[in-house]
Design a protein around this ligand. Structure first.
Ligand code: ADP
Ligand code: MG
Length: 330
C-alpha cells in the first residue's frame, strides 16, 4: 500500500490548505531519507534526500529552503514590500528598476505568453483580484468589474528594457502575478542548491511542483503517481522520472463554487473568466519552471490548442483530465 509507507503524505492533508496531487510511489520505506516539510508560497514544500552524509544533507536541505523562502519574499503578491508588489504599485506610472532575477523571470514569463498565444499571462493579476483569489473573499464579480480589470490584462502591456533592467506597464491598470511560474522557478533553484551541496538523489515537492533528482533508492527511476481527483486514492497515471520535473495545474485545489458551478483559480486572460472544461493538466519537463508555466498554459488553452503546443515542444509529457472524464496522455 502506498499510503502506509508514506504516512507523512496523509499528515500533510490535515493542514487544510489544499491537497497534494501526487504520490511518491517509490522511495518511501526504503533507505533512510532525510526530509523536511515547511509551509511555503501558500502551500507546503517537502524535500527528501537519500544517501550521503546525514549532517551535510540536513544543511543542504536547509540551504534549499532558505533560497525558496528568499524567492517567496521577492515574488509574493501578499507582501506589499516584495519587489513584485513595488513594481505593481509603480510601473503603471513610470519605469521601475527591477532586480535581475525579477527581470529575467518576467522575460521568461513573456516568452511563455508568446508561445501560448497569450493563454499564459502574468498580467492576469487584476482579474485575480476581482475574482477574490488574492484575498479570501472569493466572489462572482459583476460584468463591469471584469471588463474594467480586462483593460489592464495583456502581456503586451509589459515593456522590458534589458539595458536598464527596467519594467514599465503601458496601462495603469496592469499588474503582474507570478503564481503560475514562481513555484516552478523556486523548485529549480532548490534543485541547484541541493546539487551544489553534492546531493545526488532526492525529491522536491512544492505544492505539486516537483523535481526528481537522480534516482530513488534501489537505483530506480522515481515513480510519481498522479492522483485521480474524483476517485481519491486511485491513480490517473504513473510517471517514471529521473532528473526531471513534473507539475500539475488543477481546478480542484483552489476554487470556489456558486450555484453548483466550480470556478478555478486559473483564468482565461481573454474572457476574464476562470477556465472550464479541464480538471487537471500535468506536465513533465526538464525544468520545474517549464513544467509549471506549461501546465497552466495548457490548462487555459484546452485540449486541441494545448496539445498542439505540447507537440511543438521537445521532451515534454502531458496528462490531461477533462471534465467529461476523458484522460489524454501525450
Ligand atoms: P498552482 O498555483 O495551484 O500551482 P498553477 O501553477 O496553475 O497552480 O497557477 C495558478 C496561478 O497562476 C493562479 O493562482 C494565479 O496566480 C496565476 N494564474 C491564473 N491564471 C493564469 C494565466 N492564465 N496565466 C498565468 N498565470 C495565471
Ligand atoms: Mg503553473
Amino acid at each position: 500500500m502506498i499510503f502506509k509507507k508514506c504516512p507523512y503524505l496523509f499528515a500533510l492533508k490535515g493542514y487544510g490548505l489544499f491537497y497534494f496531487l501526487v504520490f511518491i510511489l517509490a522511495g518511501c520505506g526504503q533507505g533512510q531519507p532525510v526530509k523536511e516539510t515547511r509551509a511555503l508560497m501558500d502551500t507546503f514544500c517537502e524535500i527528501s534526500c537519500y544517501g550521503g552524509d546525514k549532517d551535510k544533507t540536513v544543511s543542504a536541505i536547509c540551504a534549499a529552503f532558505k533560497e525558496m523562502e528568499r524567492i517567496e519574499g521577492v515574488f509574493s503578491k501578499f507582501n506589499e514590500n516584495s519587489e513584485v508588489s513595488k513594481i505593481n504599485a509603480l510601473a503603471g506610472l513610470e519605469k521601475v528598476a527591477a532586480g535581475e532575477e525579477v527581470f529575467k523571470l518576467t522575460e521568461r514569463a513573456v516568452y511563455y505568453s508568446s508561445i501560448s498565444n497569450g493563454a499564459f499571462d502574468i498580467t492576469v493579476a487584476p482579474l485575480m483580484e476581482v475574482w477574490g483569489f488574492v484575498r479570501s473573499h472569493k466572489s462572482m464579480p459583476d460584468k463591469e468589474a471584469i471588463e474594467n480589470a480586462l483593460e489592464g490584462v495583456g502581456y503586451k502591456n509589459i515593456e522590458l528594457d534589458p539595458k536598464e533592467l527596467s519594467v514599465k506597464f503601458f496601462n495603469k491598470k496592469t499588474k503582474i502575478d507570478f503564481g503560475g511560474i514562481a513555484k516552478g522557478y523556486a523548485v529549480d533553484r532548490a534543485r541547484d542548491i541541493l546539487a551544489a551541496h553534492g546531493i545526488k538523489n532526492g525529491l522536491i515537492n512544492l505544492g505539486g511542483n516537483m523535481f526528481a533528482l537522480g534516482y530513488a533508492p534501489g537505483n530506480k527511476k522515481w515513480k510519481i503517481g498522479v492522483e485521480d481527483p474524483i476517485n481519491k486514492g486511485k491513480l490517473l497515471h504513473r510517471f517514471e522520472l529521473t532528473d526531471m520535473a513534473i507539475s500539475t495545474s488543477g481546478n480542484y485545489e483552489r476554487f470556489f463554487e456558486i450555484g453548483g458551478k466550480r470556478y478555478s483559480h486559473i483564468i482565461n486572460p481573454v474572457t476574464g473568466f476562470p477556465c472550464q472544461g479541464i480538471v487537471s493538466v500535468t506536465v513533465a519537463a526538464d525544468s520545474a519552471e517549464q513544467a509549471d508555466a506549461l501546465s497552466t498554459a495548457i490548462f487555459v488553452m484546452g485540449e486541441k490548442e494545448g496539445l498542439n503546443l505540447a507537440k511543438s515542444i521537445k521532451g515534454i509529457k502531458v496528462l490531461m483530465l477533462k471534465e467529461d472524464g476523458r484522460l489524454i496522455l501525450y
